[in-house]
Design a protein around this ligand. Structure first.
Ligand code: HSE
Length: 404
């Protein structure tokens, strides 16, 4: 029997226990051993809940328990999760986590610790919730040189943007609704400012290119400045606005960004709506690959965590290699990337726009007065920013033209 401990009995932790109970027999077959939750670490008690008999309040009871082979960390946040995970690995236990903050900050170090001890550190659920994406990058796409990863990696913001687009509601209205439905946190900053998606693309990019991307160095913009007016212009252009997290290899340099983009109906992520996530990958020999599904939520995330537990049990005593070195991957400067930009400008005089950007078509929306929009030609961010300084810009949104 393989005994596991779960750190944190919140949404994902209770989901892990539920998944193991629901699919007890099939999990045992696939893991080639019965998987049993022995202990659950939480500060709280759960009187009346059958989990109560497994609740412990002291991490030492788990670390010092020789019967526990695998520790599941689903507490979130970097500390104390990092300390607990390191202690579990030092004590000879494999670790599975859904914690993207931990993986983005310390992934390579924890992988090396696991490898040195013939253990495993697995984190399938840290990106894309229930969507298999870490394992495909690590085990299936290994014949390829990855050239691009572009994802909708945050369910909360995708829900907000979808509702703003379909209902014409304001950002504040939809955020409130998302909070009431339990999609958005009471403090939604990590989601709406793009930090969550930024950490996820840092993890995927580190895995795809084999060295560490510092998430702090990824240009990151959230969705808080996107307005109902922006969606009206987007509609005129046949586009929607999506928070994309993307990395591309261009001339041997990797460029990464998390920001709202306008995309049209030919884009592979155009139809990824509501809380769903989608990830497009291009490899130099496989070409285009798409992953799509439940990017968040109790059971989808727990499904990915338990799949990692199965892998750890199946590979007891054997490290399943993940190539992610601690060497830093120097990202290319966002300023050097060429793209086109949708821009909204105050006033009605387009002469300065034409002088700066050439004869670009002017876009107006019948019920939006005192301003107009236009789309630039293909240019570097640096050149765009220089030129835009001379205009009274209300907002600008990048365009992405990824096609299948
Ligand atoms: N807050 C995250 C999201 C949870 O909305 O996608 C899953 O990582």
């Amino acid at each position: 029997m393989a005994k596991i401990a779960v750190l944190g009995y919140g949404t994902v932790g209770s989901g892990v226990v539920e998944v193991i109970n629901t699919n007890y027999d099939s999990i045992a077959k696939r893991a080639t051993d019965v998987v049993e939750v022995k202990s659950v670490l939480d500060l709280r008690d759960f009187p009346g809940d059958p989990i109560q008999e497994k609740i412990v309040h002291d991490i030492d009871l788990i670390i010092n328990d020789p019967e526990i082979d695998v520790v599941v960390e689903v507490m979130g946040g970097v500390e104390p999760a990092f300390t607990f995970v390191k202690r579990a690995l030092e004590a000879g236990k494999s670790v599975c986590t859904s914690n993207k903050a931990l993986v983005a900050a310390h992934g390579s170090e924890l992988l090396a610790m696991a490898k040195d001890r013939n253990l495993n550190f697995m984190f399938e659920a840290s990106v894309g919730g229930g969507i298999p994406i870490i394992r495909p990058l690590n085990q299936s796409l290994t014949a390829d040189e990855i050239t691009q990863i572009t994802g909708i990696l945050n369910g909360t913001t995708n829900y907000i943007l979808t509702k703003m687009s379909r209902k014409g509601s304001s950002y504040d209205e939809v955020l409130k609704e998302a909070q009431e439905l339990g999609y958005a946190e009471r403090n939604p900053e990590a989601d709406v400012e793009g930090f969550d998606a930024c950490r996820k693309i840092a993890i995927l990019t580190s895995l795809a290119f084999g060295s560490t991307v510092k998430f702090e160095e990824i240009t990151t913009e959230g969705i808080t400045k996107i307005s109902t007016e922006d969606f009206k212009y987007a509609e005129q252009l046949g586009c929607v606005v999506k928070l994309l997290a993307t990395s591309r290899k261009i001339d041997n340099k990797v460029y990464a960004i998390t920001a709202p983009f306008m995309i049209d109906a030919s884009h592979p992520l155009y139809n990824v709506n509501d809380v769903l996530n989608g990830i497009y990958i291009n490899g130099n020999v496989i070409g285009d690959v798409m992953f799509f599904g439940a990017g968040a939520g109790k059971l989808p995330t727990a499904s990915a965590v338990v799949a990692d537990v199965v892998d750890c049990v199946k590979h007891k005593g054997k490290n399943v290699m993940t190539i992610w070195s601690s060497e830093k991957l120097e990202l290319g400067a966002t300023d050097d990337v060429k793209r086109d930009f949708f821009v909204r400008v105050k006033g009605n005089d387009a002469s300065k726009v034409k002088e700066l950007f050439g004869n670009v078509p002017i876009i107006t929306v019948p019920d939006i007065k005192g301003e107009f929009g236009f789309v630039t030609g293909f240019m570097t961010e640096k050149a765009f920013n220089e030129a835009a300084k001379e205009l009274n810009v209300i907002n600008r949104i990048r365009l992405d033209h990824t096609k299948l």
